[in-house]
Design a binder for this molecule. Structure first.
Ligand code: ADP
Ligand code: GLC
Length: 496
């Protein structure tokens, strides 16, 4: 056993992740993919992550061998227990509070698609629990860092600040996955948060007369990360800051961008059981079988024209309204379109109507289907991501890995992960997709026309696919950046 220098780079660190979702237990979007994959990527770097999740029914069902490690009889309106257990390789702590979390379906919305009216309490309960673990209430467990994800966990640094006097204080990291969701609640919630009166202030949780969870996290976290370097710049501008840019500029030296990776085992076209045919960069012609399987699954006739897909929340963030409006012109440019998604009802309807107008060229599958999402990437020629803003975006990364060429707007993580097929990049053989700056119907159509032109040059197209498949989209580099950040935060507290 080599000697481990205390405080040295090889010292093992304990990190408590705090999040509302985690793949494969509970997922509504990319946040779950990140919280599900990052612990495995950090483990070889000497960082042991344990993730605290709310006791949603699907989380409870996945928890192996749970042990009760704390019991709180009156926790935000009912009894709660903290359970420690595992699910596959993931180390979990689960806040089992049936009055808050024993609700099937979407973790944030009721069956009518409205926010649960007690979301304020539900995620304050999670953050307060994390703070208690953070300041050392569990026997034998003292995390060096608490890493909170998004507004649902953003009160952790605030609870540690206001209620942690005289207790050990872990370092705190807040990761912003999407500034559009800020966790803002009416001030009448205040009395139920268990925080001192003085915390309801501009230098605390007060935000435009309401309680602001993300705002408080940005105020109190030791480090603030977001999920791509470009988004880290965008959010410090009035155009991209969604009202929080001034605060983020005030915390400027604490803000950084670390681009997301993907789980290259779950997303590996050579081993993916959800594909009709497996392949890699040396056996690309095999993809054709997936194209046929996808067409047949979606009820499209077999056809060799380019098949573009989208796998997405159907919202204006994702530019879906542009796609709906441009649909006839897109079809006119020679492409077919396969959509898997759900979200805004008006956008769902607009896309469905498009599919009815073009039953041979457009297929729309409304719903959430993890299995089909793999076949979409393995069987489509290109994936379109015309987002107005995109903190990172993962579907373009899955596209790269699967030889499904990304066609993306030049924003946030899309700008950081796709190399546009301009002449120089094509000549140098480094291009991996198509980018466009003008996020409008014309901009989108122009990008799709460029895509069709490339598709019609099979050698050039194949070079795009292969360069994408060889791109580094795994977690290794970014996990090392998180590990370095954790160590920078912890080191000053340690004896030399
Ligand atoms: P966001 O988190 O903003 O929705 P990301 O691109 O980061 O966007 O992550 C979206 C994740 O959700 C990806 O893993 C994508 O494949 C998945 N996804 C989105 N919509 C669907 C759907 N309807 N069915 C299956 N998977 C979906
Ligand atoms: C958010 C963002 C998305 C990002 C994901 C994971 O949902 O909208 O861009 O990829 O979080 O970080």
């Amino acid at each position: 056993m080599p000697h481990r220098r205390k405080g040295g780079a090889d010292r093992s660190l304990a990190v408590l992740g705090v999040a509302s979702e985690l793949y494969p237990l509970l997922k509504t979007g990319g946040l779950a993919d990140v919280t599900g994959a990052l612990p495995g990527a950090l483990a070889p770097l000497g960082v042991q992550v344990r993730t605290l999740l709310p006791g949603h029914p699907s989380v409870m069902a996945a928890l192996h061998d749970p042990q009760t490690v704390a019991e709180w009889p009156a926790w935000f309106g009912g009894p709660a227990r903290l359970l420690a257990g595992r699910s596959s390789a993931l180390e979990l702590l689960v806040l089992d509070a049936p009055h808050l979390y024993a609700r099937h379906g979407n973790p944030y919305l009721d069956s009518a698609g409205r926010d649960w009216t007690d979301n304020g309490e539900r995620f304050a309960a999670l953050a307060f629990a994390a703070a208690r673990v953070g300041w050392g209430e569990l026997a034998g467990y003292a995390p060096d860092v608490v890493h909170a994800h998004d507004w649902q966990a953003a009160l952790v640094p605030a609870y540690l600040h206001y209620l942690g006097a005289g207790k050990r204080r872990p370092a705190t990291v807040l990761t912003l996955h999407n500034l559009a969701f800020q966790g803002q609640f009416k001030a009448d919630l205040w009395s139920r948060l268990g925080l001192p009166a003085e915390a309801f202030a501009m230098q605390g949780l007060e935000y435009h007369g309401d309680v602001g969870y993300l705002k408080a996290g940005i105020h109190f976290a030791d480090a603030i990360t977001t999920v791509s370097p470009t988004y880290a710049r965008e959010i410090r501008t009035p155009a991209g800051g969604m009202g929080l840019d001034a605060m983020l500029r005030w915390r400027d030296s604490a803000v950084s961008g670390i681009v997301n990776g993907i789980d290259t085992e779950v997303w590996n076209p050579l081993t993916d059981p959800l594909l009709a045919e497996r392949y890699d960069a040396t056996t690309l012609p095999r993809r054709q079988a997936n194209k046929r399987a996808l067409e047949s699954r979606l009820g499209l006739p077999a056809d060799d024209s380019p098949l573009l897909c989208m796998v997405s929340r159907l919202t204006t963030q994702k530019g879906i309204d542009l796609v709906a409006q441009a649909l006839d012109a897109l079809v006119g440019s020679g492409v077919r379109l396969a959509v898997l998604g759900n979200g805004d009802l008006a956008l769902e309807d607009a896309l469905r109507a498009g599919a009815q107008r073009h039953p041979q060229r457009v297929a729309v599958h409304i719903g959430y289907d993890e299995g089909l999402s793999h076949l979409m990437q393995g069987g489509s020629d290109a994936i379109v991501v015309p987002s107005r803003f995109e903190p990172c975006g993962l579907t373009q990364l899955y596209g790269l890995r699967y030889g499904c060429v990304p066609v993306v707007s030049r924003v946030g993580g899309l700008a950081d992960t796709v190399i546009d097929a301009n002449d120089a990049a094509v000549k140098a053989g480094v291009a991996t997709g198509v980018q466009f700056s003008d996020v409008s119907i014309e901009g989108l159509l122009d990008a799709v026309r460029r895509t069709v032109a490339l598709y019609r040059q099979p050698a050039a197209w194949q070079r795009l696919q292969i360069a994408g498949m060889r791109a580094d989209v795994g977690w290794q580099t970014s996990a090392a950046e998180y590990a370095a950040l954790y160590r920078r935060l912890v080191r000053p507290q340690e004896p030399a």
